[in-house]
Design a protein around this ligand. Structure first.
Ligand code: URP
Ligand code: ZN
Ligand code: ZN
Length: 461
């Protein structure tokens, strides 16, 4: 199938120019002016619109057994939502429990959730929730199968969290294999003790979640990981970084030569802790870990994106309904399933509240929402840019669109939207996945099951 996108303003992480993009057999083959297409080609007029490389979300949960329940999406709803929002590749966390054995069954299980259902391309970070000789052998097989990133949790004691001994051996193995280790950094013991203390004082509402995980708890987690990374030489990536204290720890480590990259989330850039303080348990919709922070952190993170101290903006999409799921924690904030879903809205929010408000320029927007992800996780230049030879994953973006986010119209499987009523100035008008149009004017028109597992080679030696 041939595709010609005509006369768009092509924006990559490095440049911006007007041109045509011609794609054949899922791949971009030519970029130029006044390109011609055969009569059977799909032609998209992008006059007055931007053409971005397909966006990549580095941190997504689709299938997630967590806190006594399951995240609401599956690959049908999640991949549709991702594509409508301009995300053409997502990286999901394989999050098998600490006691599940063998580990590679978890990997197979997560793969089965996606294959045959997903409309967008996908890959995985393989969680290491335990470490022993058997796990080591299985991890080597999983890397052979095309997964070149691990995930560790320094939080969620007893569920996903690992011991220091296991952390050390995971990082050593990762270094040996050239695999990057993504990490949730919070001191799990401090969280547990602070939760107990708050509950014993009768502090049970969602607003107290923050106080069980204050910035220093996250900073300690980052400091801890950085010490282990320094002494093993492993390449590390700190997921969902929320506050200045944690960022400072990562940057101090980077300054002394530690291999570390930092992810933040769209939620931390546009929401703050006052949302989790909303009355009548509404705050539960805004409970996630690490928690939403003081508003002053937002400027720190916009600046950190401009300076590339922070490399990526992801979502940590983890959808739990308000009714029946968030409500599990009505009398105890520690039982509120953690997560603020944003898979569908990340790109539009980053454009509207980042680019249009002058916080970041268009090149930074593309870099932190697509190109850096591709580079860090072994997808570049297949994904993350617009160039001959790259996959024809393209987002024709209409900057004149005006709309409002709402649970009534979103594609995720959730009974609320944390950004209900927020104005959006711009949205994808056409989204292609390897040359096939998957979205037109906010409507999914793609093919479920066409999404591919993208194999990745280790690059972090
Ligand atoms: O609150 C969050 N972040 N929920 C998803 C699980 C995780 O820690 O990534
Ligand atoms: Zn996490
Ligand atoms: Zn997560």
């Amino acid at each position: 199938m041939a595709l010609l996108i005509k006369n768009g303003t092509i924006v990559t992480a490095g440049e911006q120019y007007v041109g045509d993009i011609y794609c054949e057999s899922e791949t971009i083959t030519r970029i130029g002016r006044n390109l011609e297409a055969p009569p059977n080609a799909t032609v998209v007029d992008a006059t007055g619109k931007y053409v971005f490389p397909g966006f990549i979300d580095t941190h997504v949960h689709v299938y997630l057994p967590f806190m006594g329940t399951f995240a609401k999406d599956d690959y049908i709803t999640a991949s549709k939502a991702a594509l409508v929002g301009g995300t053409t590749t997502l990286i999901e966390m394989v999050c098998q429990g600490r006691n599940s054995s063998p580990l590679k069954d978890g990997f197979q299980f997560w793969m089965e959730q996606a294959i045959g259902k997903s409309a967008c391309d996908f890959t995985f970070h393989q969680s290491v929730t335990r470490f022993d000789a058997q796990v080591e052998a299985e991890l080597k097989e999983i890397v052979q199968a095309g997964v070149s990133s691990f995930k560790v949790f320094l939080a969620y004691k007893g569920a996903f969290g690992i011991t220091d001994e296991e952390l050390y051996h995971t990082l050593r193995l990762a270094k040996q294999l050239g695999v990057i280790v993504t990490a949730h950094c919070e001191n799990e013991e401090l969280v547990l003790q602070l939760q107990k203390k708050l509950l014993s004082e009768g502090k049970i509402g969602p607003e107290w979640h923050y106080w069980s995980r204050p910035p220093r708890v996250e900073a300690e987690g980052v400091h801890h990981l950085m010490t282990f990374a320094e002494l093993t030489g492993a390449h590390t990536y700190i997921v969902h970084t929320s506050c200045k204290e944690a960022l400072d720890e990562a940057m101090a480590a980077r300054a002394r030569g530690v291999n570390v990259w930092v992810e933040t989330l769209i939620q931390y850039l546009v929401l703050d802790k006052s949302y989790a303080e909303l009355p009548n348990f509404e705050g539960a919709k805004y409970v996630m870990s690490p928690p939403l922070r003081d508003k002053s952190n937002q400027e720190v993170f916009w600046n950190a994106l401009r300076q590339r101290m922070v490399s990526t903006v992801a979502t940590d999409h983890a959808p739990f309904d308000f009714k029946g799921q968030k409500e599990m924690g009505r009398d105890d904030f520690t039982k509120i399933p953690n997560g603020i879903p944003s898979l569908e809205d990340r790109v539009n929010l980053l454009y509207t509240y980042g680019v249009l408000e002058g916080k970041i320029d268009l090149q930074t927007f593309v870099d932190v929402a697509s190109t850096q992800a591709a580079k860090l996780f072994g997808l570049f230049p297949r994904k993350g840019t617009i160039a001959p030879g790259s996959d024809a994953d393209l987002v024709v973006y209409d900057p004149n669109y005006r709309g409002t986010i709402s649970a009534k119209t979103h594609h995720i499987n959730l009974d609320y939207n944390a950004f209900e009523g927020w104005e959006i100035k711009g949205r994808p008008s056409v989204v292609t996945v390897r040359g096939e149009v998957a979205v037109r004017d906010g409507q999914f028109v793609g093919t479920l099951g066409r999404g591919q597992f993208i194999k990745r080679e280790p690059t972090h030696f």
